[in-house]
Write a protein that binds this ligand. Sequence first.
Ligand SMILES: Cc1cc2nc3c(=O)[nH]c(=O)nc-3n(C[C@H](O)[C@H](O)[C@H](O)COP(=O)(O)OP(=O)(O)OC[C@H]3O[C@@H](n4cnc5c(N)ncnc54)[C@H](O)[C@@H]3O)c2cc1C
Length: 547
Amino acid sequence: MSGLIEHTLRGTWTPSGAAAAPLSPRALRWLRQRIGLAETTTPAVPTSLLEVPDSALPDAAREDLVAVLGAEHVRTDAAARLARAGGMSYTDLVRRRSAAELAVPDAVLLPADPEAVQAVLEVCVRHDVAVVPFGGGTSVVGGVDALRGSKAAVVALDLVRLDRLVSLDPGSRIAVLQAGTRAVEAESLLGAQGFTLGHFPQSFERATIGGFAATRSAGQASSGYGRFEDMVAGVRLATPAGEWRLGVAPASAAGPDLRQLAVGSEGALGVITEVAVRVRPAPEHSRYEAFVLDGWQSGVDAVRVLAQGRVLADVTRLSDVDETEVQFELAGAWKVSALRAFLRSRGVRRPCLLVLGWDAASRSELAQRRAATLRVLRGTRAVRLGRAVGENWRSHRFAGPRQRDALLDRGVCVETLETAAHWSGLSELRSAVRSALVRSLRRDGADPIVMCHVSHAYETGASLYFTVLAARDEQDPLGQWQRAKRAASDAIAGRGTITHHHAVGADHLPWLGAEIGAVGEAVLAAAKRAVDPTGILNPGKLVGPAR
Ligand SMILES: Cc1cc2nc3c(=O)[nH]c(=O)nc-3n(C[C@H](O)[C@H](O)[C@H](O)COP(=O)(O)OP(=O)(O)OC[C@H]3O[C@@H](n4cnc5c(N)ncnc54)[C@H](O)[C@@H]3O)c2cc1C
């Protein structure tokens, strides 16, 4: 299990940066040849070169905030503000690497409990100061960008001190966690009492419980444990209109489920201070295995059959041909040519890796569930690769963000985006996004690598997660990705959702209307007016207008 990384570290995922997951010379050679990468290194610029404007927080607002929180918890120094300036997307990292302009908050507020959060909102309403709730700061959609909208000042409301397990009801299997509790801490607090949340996104080492709820996050084991919104039994929210508590029973017919307004509210409708989550007994046994399907469509058909047969493994992850190739090549340690020869001997020409992982309370439960999955898989011509490859995936499941640092250092434009669609439109959506990305990132005759996987499957459809590797345009690195992202988002609109689990933030806002319609946008705006009449909460995110 990974350790805790200081959430104020921005610019790289771990303090050691690229050294945490260096690229092997073989992998580097292969990449250079595939995407036309120059032989340069592009290290990050020192933090001292980043520009931090003077704080625009009015003195009167500062005094009132200090009266509520104490002077040490109202930070206006450059280091504290810089540490909450933006999230962890590729463009966030490139901005820091190239000393481009950052949206820096005017102050950082550090309340210790829900009452202090409520009191802070009251002060901010009085002084008309914008508030950006800040959890782990791992947003990849501009969700924590310090946008001020029409306000003269903006503060980052950092929930790091709300880090307690408030209660655990083992009979009902409900734990109440404060919103700033990081996933790693939550797992360890729950684990000490024999429970798990089972939520393991790739940002596990840094993201928080409140952030998961605010963004409708999905973890790698979502097929077994559900998406984060499936885990939320109740929410406590501070809003400018007063405190709001939701979720008194496991199910209710008392009108629409208003918990779902809080879940996915992205800091625009309130600050989540506590989340009641459904927990499960910590598994005693687990097993990861890998299989290979021949070609994307056979892989997708196999995952669909598993989902509709309701025998999905807890982790079910299908990589397309390109992602499988990259995993084989970058893994270095695997004997790639021997593996390819073996697969050819089994008639597999276009390998697509399928990783399956099961968690269970007992050996017999594990055996039963695995047997049920494999029985259905048998009809799909999947070739079994065995446990070593599956366990290798598991041991590297949080390596992606570390490897991204190494790729950034080598001049690679590396970013991800995600969507979802019903089974009937999934392959068309994948082709459309793929073509848009390849077209917009083609440079000097070299195509980018565009990889895709399915990691969240449902009876009615699945998510698609794209990873792009291209030679970075050093003259205009931000524009290069922004154009590609726009092309991909245009290709998604009308075919799938603009986001399956990364949320809307600022970046997806221009495409939200196409998905929820003008009436949907009006409903969101009306909800915002009800809880946040002066519009101080997270301007420019989720509820229009876009920045
Ligand atoms: C390398 C990497 C991998 C990732 N992998 C995944 C993945 O596998 N699955 C996935 O779902 N996501 C993933 N993400 C996206 C991100 O981690 C999730 O959106 C996560 O839920 C954000 O949690 P956080 O605590 O970091 O929130 P932040 O980034 O701090 O905030 C996200 C949004 O929620 C709001 N917010 C935060 N806390 C609160 C609160 N208490 N009350 C109200 N609003 C709040 C913020 O204002 C912002 O709009 C990944 C991101 C990175 C950088």
